[in-house]
Design a binder for this molecule. Structure first.
Ligand SMILES: [Zn+2]
Length: 179
């Protein structure tokens, strides 16, 4: 009996995973902007500095961290996509944002694997995984393994590294395209 139950649970979980994957891939395919590693954006530090606020430059180019609860997106709840503040590449969906209580925007998944890069960070005597924009190398934050289901991951991201694009915008645009 127990075995039947476990088998049933396993097949349920596998179906759920497959569905999630299909949804994520679908979402990625819908992005207006598709990114390949050949499309990287590289600018001099002076060029980045000129287009950014001091806080954005400190976080994205100098790998700084904004103070908890100081950013404008940690408690942001609208439906849409969070894009890189430096190059506008879509990074996280509002569907995966959750309340972490940390004071930084938190997500349990990235929008897709090619847009968000992960690297080992041993600064400050801690071994952490740094999260970066794959197109322009902007520092976004870190990913930890104490997040909620379904991934168990917690992408802890600085508001300064993100801009928000409301979902309505896209829906309106699609309507216009159909006209
Ligand atoms: Zn970027």
């Amino acid at each position: 009996m127990k075995i039947i139950f476990i088998t049933a649970m396993l097949s349920l979980m596998m179906t759920a995973c497959a569905q999630n994957k299909a949804q994520v891939q679908g979402a990625a395919a819908n992005q207006e902007e598709t990114f390949s590693l050949n499309d990287r954006i590289e600018k001099s530090e002076a060029e980045w500095k000129a287009q950014m606020s001091e806080m954005e430059y400190y976080v994205m180019r100098e790998k700084g961290t904004e103070r908890a609860f100081s950013g404008d997106l940690w408690d942001h709840k609208e439906t849409g996509v969070y894009v890189c503040a430096a190059c506008k590449l879509p990074l996280f969906s509002s569907e995966t944002k959750f309340k972490s209580g940390t004071g930084w925007p938190s997500y349990y998944a990235k929008i897709n694997d090619s847009h968000v890069k992960e690297e080992t960070d041993s600064a400050f005597g801690m071994l952490r995984t740094e999260v970066l924009c794959a197109r322009c190398d902007a520092h976004l934050g870190h990913v930890f393994t104490d997040g909620p289901p379904p991934t168990g991951l917690r992408y802890c991201i600085n508001s300064a590294s993100l801009d928000f694009e409301k979902a309505e915008k896209k829906a309106d645009k699609e309507k216009e395209d159909k006209k």
